[in-house]
Ligand binder design. Structure first.
Ligand code: MN
Length: 249
């Protein structure tokens, strides 16, 4: 792949698991993703960096790198669910500290979202910081979705705006938790059934493509690689951001 193409799109795909990150409507791609095979599980993640200069891509890159390192070092096959949860929390915390320590000079104020999915033992354990998302889609319906750490989500929770208003809200990019700036992490545990699709996305996808359309594409019966490509193709004409998806089926 030449340098221009590499700058435009990064991908790592198998039929059942596929990550694609596209620069979309921006000059630089500040999103990062992780697709990592562990002894008896998979670790997937999407991170969306914040900050001027190249700080955003540094932060999102640091987040997925730290996450991968923590799991390669400390994950053991057959590890119990509560230990996986602790390890996910630890990885998000370590990424936060590392980004914060490096946020000096031109990189002052850098941060990133990070949504992580550990898939093993018939379940997905999710850790979320920020407004990238994990979706569990089954039989043409969104069964589960992470809750954003965002101003707009807080307004929604207080009943001050509707879902429709949230999607177009001028302040929808303001996040209330991130790695590097204001730490916080939520954990979820979702049971998996055959045919389920787990989707991780940056807001370049889910702020611009409706959930109805996402579900339609995901439920087409195609493999994970084709679903990921179609989601990116759907977002590109409408997004004003970088677009990243990781699809597991
Ligand atoms: Mn974004």
């Amino acid at each position: 792949m030449n340098e221009k193409a590499e700058k435009t799109v990064r991908a790592l795909c198998f039929p059942f698991l596929c990550g694609i990150s596209h620069v979309g409507a921006r000059e630089n791609n500040e999103d990062s993703f992780l697709v990592l095979k562990l002894a008896d599980a998979y670790l997937l993640a999407v991170a969306d960096g914040l900050g001027g200069h190249n700080a955003g891509e540094v932060a999102s890159g640091m987040a997925v790198k730290t996450l991968g390192e923590v799991f390669l070092e400390e994950y053991r096959a057959g590890m119990q669910a509560y230990l996986v949860r602790l390890l996910l929390k630890k990885a998000h915390e370590m990424a936060h500290s590392r980004i914060k320590e490096n946020a000096t000079g031109e990189r002052e104020g850098m941060g990133t979202t990070l949504v992580t999915a550990f898939i093993g033992g018939g379940r997905a354990v999710i850790a979320n910081t920020g407004d990238s998302r994990a979706y569990l889609i089954r039989d043409g319906t969104i069964i589960e979705r992470t809750k954003d750490h965002s101003l707009v989500q807080e307004l929604l929770d207080r009943g001050e705006i509707t879902e429709e208003e949230a999607r177009r809200h001028p302040m929808r990019n303001i996040i209330t938790k991130s790695l590097g700036i204001d730490f916080g992490v939520d954990l979820y545990e979702w049971g998996l059934k055959p045919g389920d699709v787990l989707l991780l996305s940056s807001d370049g996808l889910h702020d611009y493509v409706s959930e109805e359309r996402i579900v339609e594409i995901v439920s087409s019966g195609k493999d994970a690689g084709e679903i990921a490509k179609e989601l990116i193709e759907e977002a590109l004409p409408v997004t004003r951001d970088n677009v990243t998806v990781v699809v597991w089926k």
